[in-house]
Design a protein around this ligand. Structure first.
Ligand code: SF4
Length: 442
C-alpha cells in the first residue's frame, strides 16, 4: 500500500514585479542623492535650509548653495516605509494633540528620536528655516516649533491669500518686496554667498522646461484609456518639481524621460503602470480631491486597480504649483514669477476657485465623478469638502463620494471601510450609466 500523499498546497503566487521604468530609476537616484547631500552636508561644509513644499523657493535656495531639507517629504518617506506611526506616538506622548497634522507630528517625533532620516542617515540641524506661507496656518505653527527647537535664523515670506480668487499687482509686489528686503539678505548672511540674479534666471529657465513636460504628462490623462494615473502615479510625477530638484538639469531630464515613456504608452494604447502591473481595462475615470494616504499607499492604489478605476486628474498634484492653469517660472521676471508661483499654489486658493478647478477637471477629463479623500488631520484641505462635493455634483450632474483616511498615521486607514464606500460609489456610477442608457433608448 502506498502512503497517501498530503494534499498538494497551491503554489505560492509569485510576487508581481513592479515595472521599473527609466524615469522611476532616475527619480529614486535623485531622492537618494539629496539625502546623501543632507547626511554629508557638515563634512562638505554646506549649509542646510528647511522649507515646505507649497510655495517652495528651490531655485532661490540653489543660488546660495544651500541643501534643501523638506520636512513634509521626510514625513511622507517615513510613512511609506511604515516608520511614521512610532514618531506620531512619540509626539503625542510629548503633548501634541491627536488632531494636529500628522506630517508635523511625524517630523517632531523623528526629531525627538534623534533626527535619523528615512534612509537611516542623520539629518543635520538646519542653518535657516525658510517659511513660505501659502494658505495653511499649520505651516506657521510648525515652523514656530522648529524655531524653538533649533534656535536658528528664520525667514518668513508672507504670501497673501487669494481671498477674492485672483492675484492683484499689489499682492505680487508685496511678495517681491519681502524677497528683496527680507529673504534674500538673510539667505546671503547665512550662506555667505552673494545673490546673483543671473544664476536665478538660469535655474528658472530650467524650471520652465520641466514644467512644460509635467503639464503635458498630466494632460495625457485626457486620452482614453488614460496612460497615467494622475493621483497615485501623479504623486511620483510631481516628486522632482515639487521638491529639491526644480530648476536642475536632473529634473528637466526626468520629465523628458517620463514624457517619452508616456508617449510610447499612448502609441500602444496602454493604461497606467501600477504596482500590480499595467491597468488593462479602464472602467471608471475619476477626479480625486485631497492628499493620499501614505502608510497604505500601495493597498489604497490596489483598491482602485481591482475595480478598473483610473484617476484622471487630482488636486493634490497642484499643491506645489498650478502649472496646468498656465503658470511658468519666467527667467525674464525672476522675482515676480517666484511671487506669482507662491500666490498661485492650490493651498493658497479660496474655495470657489478650487471648485472651479475641479469642475473643469471633471468636464475636460470626461470623468465619471469626484471622489474626495478627506484627511483627518489636514484642515487646509478638509475645510469645506462636503460643500465642494455637493457643488460639483450639482454643476456636473455626476456623482461624488467621500472617504476618510489620514496622511501618515496608520491608525486612520481602515481598509474595509474605504473599500465598502468605494464599492458603493462604483455601483452608483453604474446606476447612473444605466439610467443614461435607458433614457437614450427611450
Ligand atoms: S496643508 Fe494639510 S498636510 Fe499640509 S501642513 Fe497644512 S494641514 Fe498639514
Amino acid at each position: 500500500m502506498s502512503a497517501t500523499l498530503p494534499p498538494k498546497k497551491p503554489a505560492p503566487k509569485a510576487p508581481v514585479e513592479v515595472v521599473k521604468e527609466l524615469s522611476m530609476v532616475k527619480q529614486k537616484e535623485m531622492i537618494a542623492g539629496n539625502y546623501e547631500k543632507l547626511a554629508t552636508a557638515r563634512e562638505q561644509g554646506r549649509k542646510v535650509a528647511s522649507t515646505f513644499v507649497p510655495g517652495n523657493l528651490n531655485e532661490l535656495l540653489m543660488c546660495f548653495d544651500l541643501v534643501n531639507n523638506l520636512p513634509e517629504i521626510n514625513a511622507i518617506q517615513n510613512g511609506m516605509r511604515k516608520k511614521s506611526g512610532q514618531y506620531i506616538m512619540e509626539a503625542e506622548k510629548r503633548g501634541h494633540s491627536e488632531d494636529v497634522c500628522t506630517y508635523v507630528k511625524a517630523d517632531l517625533g523623528m526629531m525627538a528620536k534623534g533626527n535619523v532620516g528615512p534612509d537611516g542617515r542623520p539629518i543635520p540641524d538646519p542653518d535657516i528655516l525658510l517659511l513660505s506661507y501659502t494658505g495653511c496656518f499649520t505651516f506657521m505653527k510648525w515652523f514656530e516649533l522648529l524655531r524653538e527647537q533649533y534656535g536658528c535664523e528664520t525667514a518668513m515670506l508672507h504670501v497673501p491669500y487669494q481671498g477674492d480668487g485672483r492675484i492683484d499687482a499689489n499682492m505680487r509686489d508685496y511678495v517681491v518686496k519681502q524677497l528683496k528686503e527680507e529673504v534674500i539678505p538673510k539667505l546671503e548672511r547665512v550662506s555667505g554667498v552673494k545673490f546673483d540674479i543671473d544664476r536665478l534666471r538660469e535655474y528658472l529657465r530650467e524650471s520652465a522646461k520641466a514644467e512644460d513636460d509635467l503639464v503635458w504628462v498630466l494632460e495625457s490623462a485626457k486620452h482614453k484609456p488614460s496612460p497615467i494615473d494622475a493621483y497615485f502615479g501623479g504623486c511620483y510625477y510631481i516628486g522632482p518639481i515639487f521638491t529639491a530638484f526644480r530648476g536642475t538639469p536632473d529634473a528637466t531630464e526626468y520629465y523628458r524621460l517620463l514624457r517619452g515613456e508616456i508617449e510610447e504608452r499612448i502609441r500602444l494604447g496602454q493604461g497606467p503602470v501600477t504596482p500590480e502591473g499595467e491597468m488593462k481595462t479602464e472602467k471608471y475615470r475619476l477626479v480625486v480631491e485631497g492628499p493620499p494616504n501614505w502608510t497604505s499607499f500601495r493597498d489604497f492604489w490596489k483598491m482602485f486597480y481591482d475595480e478598473g478605476a483610473v484617476v484622471v486628474a487630482s488636486t493634490y498634484t497642484k499643491v506645489g504649483g498650478t502649472y496646468d492653469l498656465g503658470f511658468r517660472h519666467d527667467p525674464d521676471r525672476p522675482l515676480e514669477s517666484l511671487a506669482e508661483y507662491c500666490l498661485g499654489c492650490y493651498t493658497n486658493r479660496n474655495l470657489p476657485s478650487r471648485i472651479d478647478m475641479i469642475e473643469k477637471y471633471v468636464n475636460e477629463y470626461e470623468a465619471d465623478g469626484l471622489l474626495i479623500n478627506s484627511i483627518k488631520s489636514c484642515n487646509s484641505f478638509s475645510a469645506g469638502q462636503l460643500l465642494v462635493l455637493r457643488e460639483i455634483e450639482k454643476r456636473t450632474g455626476r456623482p461624488g463620494a467621500f472617504i476618510e483616511t489620514d496622511l501618515v498615521d496608520p491608525r486612520y486607514f481602515s481598509p474595509a471601510n474605504v473599500k465598502n464606500r468605494m464599492e458603493s460609489y462604483f455601483q452608483m456610477i453604474e446606476q447612473k450609466r444605466q439610467g443614461a442608457r435607458s433614457a437614450a433608448a427611450a
